[in-house]
Ligand binder design. Structure first.
Ligand code: NAD
Length: 114
């Protein structure tokens, strides 16, 4: 049994991944800011932390508090129209936010990131 943090676990791809991890017997923590995701989509049995993976303090606290051993990164701003209208936001949140997530994983000693 591994404790896995799934970013975007309240979204389409993430919630299906969470369900598969739970079914395989893993412990799952979801980190999602619920911008396009839905609380009700988080499968029963997973714990939801509401916040952004691009926020260094939020992700560091979640990794430590839940003793996370692996991360599956499914979160992303995902609205095509918005990404065209405001590409800077998508670079900041999806690209720079991803770097923040990787740095937090390294600091917390989480070696498995997918
Ligand atoms: N849906 C598909 O068919 C498909 C196919 C291939 C790849 N993808 C990729 O998979 C990823 C997820 O797609 P999806 O369809 O599940 O989208 P989605 O919008 O359903 O899910 C994304 C989730 O991430 C959350 N989120 C967004 N920014 C966040 C942030 N900064 N911090 C925390 N949570 C945040 C949203 O609230 C949402 O729950 C995207 O990168 C997408 O490009 C999707």
């Amino acid at each position: 049994m591994t404790t896995i943090l799934v970013t975007g676990g309240a979204g389409y791809v993430g919630s299906v991944s969470v369900a598969a991890f739970l079914e395989a017997g893993h412990d799952v923590v979801v980190l999602d800011d619920l911008t396009t995701g839905h609380r009700a989509a988080v499968p029963e049995g997973a714990r939801l932390v509401e916040g952004s993976y691009g926020d260094a303090a939020t992700i560091a606290a979640a990794l430590t508090a839940h003793r996370v051993e692996a991360i599956l990164h499914c979160a992303a701003r995902s609205l095509v129209g918005e990404s065209i209208a405001d590409p800077g936001k998508y670079y900041r949140d999806n690209v720079a936010g991803g770097v923040t997530l990787l740095e937090a994983a390294r600091s917390a000693g989480v070696q498995r990131v997918g």
